[in-house]
Design a protein around this ligand. Structure first.
Ligand code: NAP
Length: 265
C-alpha cells in the first residue's frame, strides 16, 4: 500500500533503538524525512548510519538527529531550533522504573509524569496548530498496554500514561484539529524484544533468582502469539497511523500485543 507521506517531515523521539527506531525506519522507508532524538550521541549516530544505509530508503530521504533529553525544556528547544514545521511527531521516552509504590516519593512521580505525560503534551502543543494550518498532521504517542491492563510493578507508568491518555482523548476530538486532518493516536505496545524488556527481565531475574531465559519463556507463553513483538512491526503500525489513509482514525488507543490483552473491548 502506498502510504502517501513521502516528502513529509517527522520528528521521532527516543529513536536510537527499540520501538522509536522501528518507527523511524518504517517512516524512512516511506520516503519520510526524519529527525531522530535520543540522549546518547553515540547510539544516535549509529542509528543515523543504519537508517541511511537501509536499501529500502528512497534516495534523497533525509535523516537528521538531535542528541537531547526530550523531557527537558532545553532538549525540546534544540529539537525545534532545527525545524518547527513537523508533519508527523512520534512521542516517546524511556519508561519509568518498576517498583513498589511505597518507595516512590514526589520526585519519582514528577519524573514519571514529566516524561510520560507532560513531554508528549508539550510536543503536541508545539506542533498541532501549525499542522492544522497546513491541513495535515499526525501525532503518534508510544504509550503501553499497561494503559488498558495495568501492571502492578509499573505503577508510575500506569499512572502517568493514563493521564496522557485522558488528555489525548479530549484534544484529538476537538473540531479544530480533527476537521483539519490532524490526528492524535496512542500506540500501545505489549511485549517487544527491546533493551527495555532486557532490563526489566534482568531486574526480575535478580529478584526471583530465576534465569532470564526461563522468565522470558514464561512471558512468551502468556502471549497468544507465543512470541515477543519485533520493533519493525510496531514501526509498520506507526507508519500506517501516519499515512494519508488514517485520517479518519483519531483519539484511539491501538494495542499491538500479539493478543495478550484479554478483554473484548
Ligand atoms: P528502549 O529500547 O530502551 O529505547 C528507548 C529509546 O528512547 C532509546 O533510544 C533511548 O536513548 C531513548 N530515550 C530514553 N529516554 C529519553 C529521553 N529522556 N529523551 C530522549 N530520548 C530518550 O525502549 P523501548 O522498548 O523501545 O520502549 C519505548 C517506550 O515504550 C518506553 O516508554 C517503554 O516504557 C514503552 N514500552 C515498551 C514496551 C516493550 O515491550 N518494549 C512495552 C510497553 C511499553 P537514550 O537512552 O540514549 O536517550
Amino acid at each position: 500500500m502506498e502510504l502517501g507521506i513521502a516528502g513529509k517531515w517527522a520528528l521521532v523521539c527516543g529513536a536510537s533503538k527499540g520501538l522509536g527506531f522501528g518507527c523511524a525506519q518504517a517512516l524512512v522507508r516511506e520516503g519520510v524525512h526524519v529527525v531522530i532524538v535520543a540522549r546518547g550521541a553515540q547510539a544516535l549516530e549509529a542509528a543515523v548510519e543504519k537508517l541511511l544505509a537501509d536499501p529500502a530508503r528512497p534516495p534523497d530521504t533525509a535523516v537528521q538527529h538531535v542528541a537531547a533529553d526530550i523531557t527537558t525544556v532545553e532538549g525540546r528547544a534544540k529539537v525545534f531550533a532545527l525545524r518547527g514545521d513537523y508533519d508527523i511527531v512520534v512521542t516517546n521516552a524511556g519508561g519509568p522504573p518498576p517498583g513498589d509504590f511505597r518507595d516512590w516519593d514526589r520526585d519519582a512521580w514528577i519524573k514519571a509524569v514529566d516524561a510520560n505525560m507532560l513531554t508528549p503534551i508539550e510536543l503536541i502543543k508545539a506542533t498541532v496548530d501549525n499542522m492544522a494550518a497546513r491541513g495535515f498532521g499526525r501525532i503518534v504517542n508510544i504509550t503501553s498496554s499497561s494503559v488498558k491492563a495495568p501492571i502492578d510493578i509499573l505503577g508510575l507508568s500506569n499512572g502517568a500514561r493514563s493521564g496522557l491518555t485522558g488528555f489525548v482523548a479530549g484534544v484529538a476530538r476537538t473540531t479544530k484539529l480533527a476537521s483539519a486532518n490532524v490526528t492524535i493516536n496512542n500506540l500501545l505496545p505489549g511485549t517487544y524484544d527491546t533493551d527495555r524488556i532486557a532490563t526489566t527481565m534482568a531486574a526480575a531475574s535478580k529478584k526471583t533468582g530465576q534465569p532470564v531465559e526461563v522468565l522470558k519463556d514464561a512471558r512468551r507463553k502468556l502471549i497468544p502469539a507465543q512470541r515477543f513483538g519485533d520493533p519493525a512491526e510496531f514501526g509498520a503500525a506507526c507508519a500506517f497511523l501516519c499515512s494519508q489513509h488514517a485520517s479518519y482514525i483519531t483519539g484511539q488507543n491501538i494495542l499491538t500485543d500479539g493478543g495478550a490483552y484479554p478483554g473484548t473491548y
